[in-house]
Ligand binder design. Sequence first.
Ligand code: EPU
Length: 344
Amino acid sequence: MEIYDNHSLKGLNTFGIDARARRLLFLRGSTLDEPSRFMNDVDELFKSDFRKAPYMVIGEGSNIVFTKDYEGSLIKVGEAVFYGDDDGRYKYLTVGASMLTDEVVRLSVDYRYYGMENLSAVPGNIGAAVVQNVGAYGVEIKDLVETVDAIDLLNGDRHAFTCEECLFGYRTSLFKQQPGRWLIWRVKLRFNSDFRPNLSYKALADELQRRGIVRPSQRQMRDVITELRWSKLPRPEEYGSAGSFFKNPVVDEDTCLRIKAACPDMPQAHKAGDGYKLSAGWLIDKAGWKGKTLGRAGVWPKQALVLYNTGSCTGAEVVALAQAIQKDVQQQFGVALEPEAIIV
Ligand code: EPU
């Protein structure tokens, strides 16, 4: 295990916020030469005193806002080896938790394992993707999860969770609901052997039609989705952000009808459980926040759901902007916005 004291977090969160962690514990990934190096590092972690102060597992930091220095240990998983198999009906990829989600999509396209292409260009690693059940363009990671291997940080026990046991919901899971409890180190994903493009997301279907693509290949889906995503989000090398900052709110039918009556241009609300899922990006845009800044935090001019760092912004400034938006959307529409990003 590698131990770093008083470590800068600037390169460890995609917002680029300049806070520090009292300690960073890095569990090195297995290599072909040393297949059990990761588990040796896990043993070392449990021999250390990491539970005496606050601790948290961190992925690529693409969904987190540090509002102050972290007075405890951040645990980073290095496990990244992968292998594929096939039971005749489905194909499977088993990947270490630190592998980037987009890298897993790239592998699936290279191998012609089907079903994950709609998650192209999603930031972060696959472990974090499972924690928050990431989703984009009509697919969520839960649609692919076969099993999740995790270590119980309370006692070191190892568990293999089935997809059902992960209790996935919209941008949530058992792992998100029990913060600090589980260290995900390996994920097995199930893929289709036949290609059936998922065109359920309207903006994607419209874009393919605009390009005159009637029967897209898996690679075309990946390319179009990658372009579509980046056309709306800040380039990470230019501006820090955490992707969608808020979840799309689920409201009751009366609220949905009331807003639709007041604003006939409201995008189609989709049924979600007992209620209707509204577009947080549209609500923020309609509330007049698109392109605005507060301090050094801003609302991305091409997608109001994305808050970004205009340059050396602090986590407190991001939170102040988020709260101002929440207040306005509550006042104007009577809708509570909940952050998707984790605020520490
Ligand atoms: N809209 C506006 N103004 C805006 C932004 C959006 O009017 O500034 C409207 C759009 O025109 C559209 C609707 O709101 O009619 C929905 O917007 P969009 O298609 O951009 O998607 P979204 O619902 O805002 C969700 C996910 C994204 C995912 C996209 C595509 C959440 C919180 N966000 O965004 O996920 O990429 O769909 O599937 O569910 C992420 O979680 O980090 C993320 C980027």
